[in-house]
Design a protein around this ligand. Structure first.
Ligand SMILES: [Zn+2]
Length: 304
């Protein structure tokens, strides 16, 4: 497949003109606009095991390697764990080049296949699952009398600790409509309880849109998990992008279990990983401007 590094494209968001046009809108109106703006860049991601016993064998081998105090617990849950796989997640466009779209989603839908001491590689993941995606435009035009069509996606990068999976999709033969690369926000919203929006795509619930208020970025994985068997080590945070009032991504949905709270992979972690994967240029590189806390120039991500 050659190099898996994709080039970020320039964004069309946050122009001076749009700032003028939106100056008099309420936060409610702005968050609604932000969610509408990002919707064409949201993808439905499907994981299907490759058949036979490859996934079952992999999980059984993983269980064998666990410490004795965990072995029984995982063995008891094996069927449940296997049943949780092949689910779907939400993904969003983070980069593109002339030939490919890069889509970021979460990796925990196959978390039965790894733990902190046994991380899974992209090569192993490719051997276990077929990954495919469907775009927003296709779903908008979906004729319910015919089966949905998904397009193959290639696993490019994986970071289980941060719950991030990067996929790429060939543009050739794919939907020709525009799937804009979503911007990363420069910073988190300055106000406590600032209004934020999220667009996700559970199966058959296309463009599920919610708004909420950001509380803080200090919660950890232990807030949603009794045990952190998978080694999640992000501080703060299923794949849907959380955006601010200017449509800038400020997090990616990881999970939620406590009352109305949900948890997100943090903006800093997303930026750091995209940078290390070559999708955002390093701060100080000519033509870049993507350092956390930089000026609004980071809204534009020219190709390297
Ligand atoms: Zn499309």
């Amino acid at each position: 497949m050659g190099s898996t590094v994709l080039m970020p494209a320039s964004s069309i968001f946050a122009t001076a003109a749009s700032n003028v046009a939106t100056r008099n809108l309420s936060d409610d109106e702005l968050v609604k606009m932000a969610c509408e703006k990002i919707s064409p860049s949201i993808f439905h991601v499907k994981f299907e095991d490759k058949g036979g016993t490859v996934v079952k064998d992999h999980v059984e081998n993983l269980i064998k390697s666990l410490p004795d105090d965990l072995k029984g617990e995982w063995a008891d849950k094996k069927d449940e764990l296997l049943g949780c796989i092949s689910e779907t997640t939400t993904g969003f466009v983070v980069a593109e080049d002339p030939n490919y779209l890069a889509i970021l989603t979460c990796s925990h839908s196959f978390e039965a296949c790894y733990n902190a001491s046994n991380p899974i590689s992209t090569t192993t993941l490719k051997g276990l699952f077929k990954v495919s995606v469907r775009c927003d435009h296709e779903e908008l035009n979906h004729d319910r009398r015919v089966p949905r069509v998904y397009v193959d996606a290639e696993v490019c990068r994986l970071d289980c600790k941060k719950d991030m999976l990067l996929l790429r999709v060939k543009k050739q033969g794919f939907c020709t409509r525009n799937h804009v690369v979503l911007d990363m926000a420069d910073n988190l919203p300055p106000r406590r309880l600032g209004l934020v929006g999220m667009v996700s795509w559970p199966f058959d619930r296309h463009r599920t849109t919610v708004k909420g208020n950001m509380s803080h970025d200090l919660r950890g994985p232990e807030d949603i998990y009794d045990k952190n068997l998978h080694g999640y080590n992000f501080s703060g945070s299923s794949g849907a992008p959380l955006v601010d009032l200017e449509s800038g991504v400020i997090g990616m949905l990881h999970g939620g279990r406590v009352e109305c709270f949900t948890y997100f992979v943090s903006l800093a972690d997303i930026k750091a990983r995209l940078r290390s994967w070559g999708l955002i240029k390093m701060a100080g590189t000519p033509g870049s401007g993507t350092a956390a806390g930089s000026s609004s120039s980071s809204r534009k991500r020219p190709a390297p």
